[in-house]
Ligand binder design. Structure first.
Ligand code: AHR
Length: 829
């Protein structure tokens, strides 16, 4: 197939060249002029483009709007621009490229390449003196060579170099290969009625060779949890009060929402009551704000609206707590109620203030009625002033009834995936939007009122109520290994500026502060695994978990730009963890794509340092998964293992439907076959709250009362619950000679060495049925139990569920795969 593709590509390239030759454009095939520019008309978004000419008069664009290097500076989207690129070549053959960044930031970007195809990670500086590879004089000299040329009636600014024709040829080849791949990768089922108009049901034979087993990872399916889409606060975290600590800041939402401030979600009702936000005498320095109520008469009401209302269930008990400070030293009662939108009282209780200084009060509310959108009402029965903070309401029935626990139904749906590990706290949340926003685990442990809330980089607020203790506890509760990911001393490569002259991504934690940061990482491992008497182990023990958590894995970095700044810091953390905790499996990072400069340099760094495992990320169209089934077959088994930490099939419009789910199922069969090198994988992101979604598709959608797993969820679940630790090699025979058809059928056979169960998974992404003859001669059946799970439907259907039934040996020998289906058999004897 590969050969066929290469041949098609070669033919396409030749065709393009002969067309140019015919037009008389290719007069000097030994060398040509190469013009490097960026299209002003595209406002610098296309990145570095090329055109060639043999006379410097007629220029031929290489690829239509084809960017060979995209500027990676600034936030996603609008900020990633390239202006006035200057390309030049050293006598040693190395190409340098410098360019100006977006119009606001007067900074310079730099990258280099040996062949104009593969580029090194970009560097950004404010001051030209800081660009160590080129002197300011050289930059000036080369920049003075910028000139304008006319390409297809449009003026473009750039630099001209004379290059051997081979360079032009390779650039054209790259464009053609990309276009060719894109044609395949962007195939969708919408065109299937035409693509497969004459396709008839297909017969195939699968012959497993039970003698040919290979050991595979038993950790393959896990989950990726990030506080994105209200995944934590207002989501998995059981807290029902929004902005309980009055710590919301306008900057959480980049000042884009006038209603988003310290008072968010709080109002008053009634005469003579008002509230202000104070910070002169906080409960804890990390929790600086509190509400000060002023009441000229009793009876005024202080109200919290929850996260889109508060959902309560009749008969359930709710733990309510708050800190109060009563400056006038008077004692009095506070009435607490839950009411519905009509004002009906659903639950109520009273508490008597006993202290004038800050004190925590607890009470229980029993819900008389269910409501989706209740609110909490606080009614002081006295006049004067009253300071309140950390006003909290939790269902008693959290997951495993834990205090400060998780929303039971959501946690259960995650547990039902049977994940072998949970990665947390992200994603981008782990490395944050600028240095100040890096997630520091120490801010998230200890009593909740001492934790340090911060802006969530997905533009909302993070209370840190769901913190490291809760993550580890959840892992333990569901038998999953904890996989914390810490920043590699650098923030997200898509960071906004946030005060730093060069924006977040280009700066790392200053080297003089890195020792403290490295110590934080080491302390995390002590906190998780240390003896209860150790410094950090005792903090864990004080939180109620004297036994070590048994941490085995730690991720350092999240799809970072593999810049010098990153490399220096990653290496420091890596060596320190390795030296102190040689048994901990360190997971490095190789950028946000399945290819490209960060992927390449990340892998180089991992190999150089012998990092045990690397975290790969890619969000790709379904076609990528269909046509890259051999992606990991080609991996060098002597290098680092792979943790595919983030992946999903993305269709236009970003749905999660049967089409994306089947593509992911295809990919998972290939991961299983390669699970000798792919140790772990996690679909991303996991959770999304309806109406608060920054990213889609996601695996599980929810609102305050319902949880809706997607079709993709059931694929993950079927793989998670039916994993094996041995892969059975099989021969696949068919008369199909069309790659488009063949690639849409995938399978894997695994065995669980403990239960001896055999699991057969098959995906049919075709609009016709597939009849599989499964050759089972090698198995002696002894009254087996065979369960069958089928997920099928129309490709654009969402929220499909697998149908489960009992099956037989006869059916197993002659399996009919439905059109667009994923079928799984589990054979237990
Ligand atoms: O999964 C959503 C985001 O995708 C993650 O936060 C980030 O790592 C990736 O870009």
């Amino acid at each position: 197939m590969k050969l066929l593709r290469m041949e098609k590509l070669r033919q396409f390239t030749l065709l393009a060249l002969s067309f140019l030759l015919m037009k008389g454009a290719l007069a000097a095939p030994d060398s040509a002029y190469l013009f490097a520019y960026t299209k002003v008309q595209n406002e610098g978004k296309t990145g570095l483009m090329f055109a060639w000419s043999n006379n410097q008069e007629t220029w031929h664009e290489i690829g239509k709007d084809f960017g060979f290097v995209k500027s990676d500076y600034g936030q996603w989207g609008s900020e990633k621009r390239m202006f006035a690129p200057v390309l030049f070549r050293e006598s040693n053959g190395l190409w340098h490229c410098i360019w100006k960044l977006n119009k606001v930031d007067q900074a310079l970007a730099y990258t280099y390449s040996k062949d104009l195809l593969s580029w090194y990670p970009q560097t950004y500086v404010v001051n030209e003196n800081d660009l160590k590879v080129l002197t300011p004089e050289r930059i000036k000299q080369e920049s003075s060579k910028l000139q304008q040329v006319q390409i297809q009636n449009e003026k473009q600014t750039g630099t001209i170099s004379r290059v051997p024709w081979g360079f032009i040829e390779r650039l054209i080849e790259k464009v053609n290969l990309t276009n060719y791949n894109n044609q395949l990768w962007y195939e969708t089922t919408k065109e299937d009625p035409i693509r497969f108009a004459s396709l008839k049901p297909i017969d195939v034979t699968i012959v497993p060779d039970f003698g040919k087993k290979k050991k595979i990872s038993d950790m393959l399916i896990g989950v990726f949890f990030e506080d994105i889409n209200y995944g934590a606060d207002g989501g998995l975290y059981g807290e029902l009060i929004q902005n309980r600590g009055f710590e919301y800041q306008a900057s959480d939402v980049q000042n884009r929402d006038k209603t988003w401030n310290e008072k968010k979600a709080w109002t008053t009702r009634g005469d003579g009551i008002d509230f202000s936000i104070q910070s002169s005498n906080p409960i804890h320095p990390n929790n600086k704000n509190y509400a000060q109520l002023s009441m000229s008469q009793p009876g005024g009401v202080f109200i919290n609206e929850g996260f889109d209302g508060i959902a309560i269930v009749a008969g359930e008990k709710y733990d309510c707590s708050f800190f109060a400070q009563h400056s006038e030293k008077r004692r009095g009662d506070i009435l607490i109620k839950l009411t519905n939108d009509k004002g009906d009282m659903l639950a109520s209780s009273k508490v008597n203030l006993t202290h004038s200084d800050w004190k925590k009060y607890n009470l229980i509310l029993l819900a008389k009625q269910s409501a989706k959108d209740a609110r909490l009402e606080i009614i002081p029965q006295f006049s004067g002033t009253l300071a309140l903070d950390m006003i909290s309401l939790f269902p008693q029935r959290t997951f495993k009834n834990r205090k400060n626990g998780l929303r039971a139904d959501l946690a259960q749906v995650i547990a039902d995936l049977h994940p072998r590990f949970i990665r947390f706290p992200g994603g981008c949340v782990a490395h944050g939007d600028g240095i100040e926003n890096i997630y520091h685990w120490k801010n998230t442990v200890g009593p909740v009122e001492t934790r340090k809330p911060q802006r969530n980089m997905w533009n909302y607020h993070q209370t840190a109520g769901l913190g490291y203790f809760e993550y580890f506890q959840f892992c333990e509760d569901i038998g999953a290994a904890p996989l914390p990911v810490v920043a590699a001393g650098v923030p997200c490569q898509n960071s906004a500026k946030h005060g730093h002259p060069l924006g977040g991504q280009q700066c790392g934690i200053p080297m003089e502060k890195m020792n403290d940061y490295v110590q934080d990482v080491l302390d995390l491992i002590e906190w998780a695994n240390g003896d209860a008497k150790s410094k950090w182990g005792s903090v864990r023990a004080a939180a109620g978990h004297p036994k070590p958590f048994g941490l085995k894995y730690i991720g350092i970095g999240n799809e970072d730009l593999i810049s010098d700044v990153f490399t220096e810091r990653f290496t420091l953390i890596y060596h320190a963890v390795k030296a102190k905790y040689p048994d901990i499996i360190i997971i490095g990072t190789v950028g946000p794509f399945f290819e490209g400069s960060d992927y390449k340099r990340g892998w180089e760094l991992a190999s150089q340092l012998s990092v045990p495992m690397v975290d790969e990320h890619y969000y790709v169209p379904p076609g990528w998964m269909i046509y890259n089934q051999d992606y990991y077959d080609k991996y060098d088994r002597s290098k680092s293992q792979v943790y595919l930490g983030e992946y999903a099939a993305h269709l236009p419009g970003r749905p999660n439907n049967l089409e994306t789910a089947l593509a992911e199922a295809i990919h998972l069969t290939n991961l299983e076959r390669n699970a000798d090198i792919v140790h772990m994988s996690s679909y991303a992101p996991l959770l999304a709250k309806e109406g608060h979604t920054q990213w889609s598709p996601d695996l599980i959608f929810f609102d305050n009362t319902t949880v809706t797993p997607t079709t993709g969820y059931y694929v993950q679940q079927l793989f998670g619950r039916n994993a094996g630790d041995e892969y059975i090699t099989a021969n696949f025979n068919s008369t199909i000679n069309d790659d488009k058809v063949r690639k849409r059928i995938a399978y894997s056979i695994v065995r669980d060495s403990e239960t001896k169960d055999i699991i057969i998974k098959m995906v049919n992404m075709l609009p016709v049925g597939v009849n599989v003859s499964l050759d089972l001669k090698e198995i002696t059946f002894n009254n087996p139990r065979i369960e069958k799970f089928v997920l099928s439907g129309k490709p654009d259907e969402k929220n499909l569920k697998p149908v489960t039934s009992d099956s037989s040996v006869q059916e197993l020998e002659k399996i009919g795969l439905k059109p667009y289906s994923f079928t799984l058999f589990r054979v237990s004897q």
